[in-house]
Unconditional design. Structure first.
Length: 293
């Protein structure tokens, strides 16, 4: 027996109870739901984020900049949980779209906001002259792959990931549709990496930082449960080689820890305010200190 086919109404209305896991935080209107100021730390950059793939892009970038000697890239990373905190008035002021990550650049005379992960990566790359070629074909190729990720990942996350892992019911058509598109994207990357060390060519760039948390995470079978097996990610050999290369970079390891709230407590640095936090303030150490108190 199957459910009756769905016939859309003439005018859509919001059913607050329909939406599965995210029904309590998704809504069809923008703007704040409550007043809440954002904290501010001591560093030139104030990041408000969570260690989703989009959030990891920016923390990886910051850690790579610091590893490369750009001391002016010091940052405070504040945790924004996706449980309604993204609708606080302070966060909405920084990102009117209520999505992480969001950044305040206080390095100059007047603080200003930067939101959307791709915009943040480009802003930081241009500010520090790092991980983005200055012109010509190399710059165009890097930006092309950065914006490929921005346009493609919604099919992986909001499409495949949602219907495969989070939707309250399994819909064969939706899963098949987005699995097909995700595998096509994996093939795009695998072909690109067949004769290139990094996504845009011989040099590591913001294109790699943007693509890795999404597609490298999938290649590692680290997102959406057993999706890696379902999509046969091990068959994309060039993508697997690139994923291993990026995953072993020390700055990438650190960047993936920042604002993380799940997994091994030793890999969770829920807030980052100093480089020493990686040694002293991971969640396992915080829990051990609490147990002694």
């Amino acid at each position: 027996m199957t459910d009756a086919p769905y016939t859309p109404p003439k005018v859509w209305t919001w059913d607050k109870e329909n939406g599965g896991k995210f029904a309590s935080t998704n809504r069809p209107i923008a703007g704040p739901t409550h007043e809440k100021e954002l904290p501010t730390g001591k560093h030139p950059f104030q990041l408000y984020s969570l260690a989703t793939p989009n959030g990891q892009k920016v923390t990886i970038m910051f850690e790579e900049l610091l590893a490369a000697g750009h001391t002016g890239a010091e940052y405070d990373a504040w945790l924004i949980r996706i449980d309604g905190n993204q609708f606080g008035s302070g966060f909405v002021d920084v990102n009117p779209n209520s999505k992480i990550p969001a950044l305040i650049d206080r390095s100059g005379d007047k603080p200003f906001r930067v939101f959307e992960s791709g915009a943040i990566l480009v802003h930081l790359a241009e500010k520090f002259g790092a991980f983005l070629p200055k012109g010509g074909e190399a710059r165009a190729e890097t930006l092309s792959w950065l914006f490929w990720q921005m346009g493609s990942a919604p099919f992986l996350g909001g499409g495949f990931g949602h219907f495969y892992a989070y939707a309250p019911t399994k819909i064969e058509y939706a899963i098949d549709r987005y699995a097909m598109e995700t595998k096509r994207q994996l093939d795009v990357l695998d072909r690109q990496l067949a004769n290139k060390e990094f996504i845009a060519g011989k040099d590591y760039s913001i294109a790699d930082m943007a693509i890795f948390p999404w597609y490298g995470g999938l290649a590692e079978s680290a997102i959406y449960g057993d999706a890696g097996t379902f999509l046969d990610v091990q068959s994309y050999k060039n993508l697997q080689r690139w994923t291993r290369t990026i995953a072993t970079r020390p700055a990438v390891k650190r960047g993936r820890m920042v604002n993380r709230t799940s997994g091994d407590p030793a890999g969770q640095l829920r807030e980052r305010h100093d480089a020493s936090d990686f040694d002293t303030n991971t969640q396992d150490k915080i829990e051990a200190q609490s147990a002694k108190a």
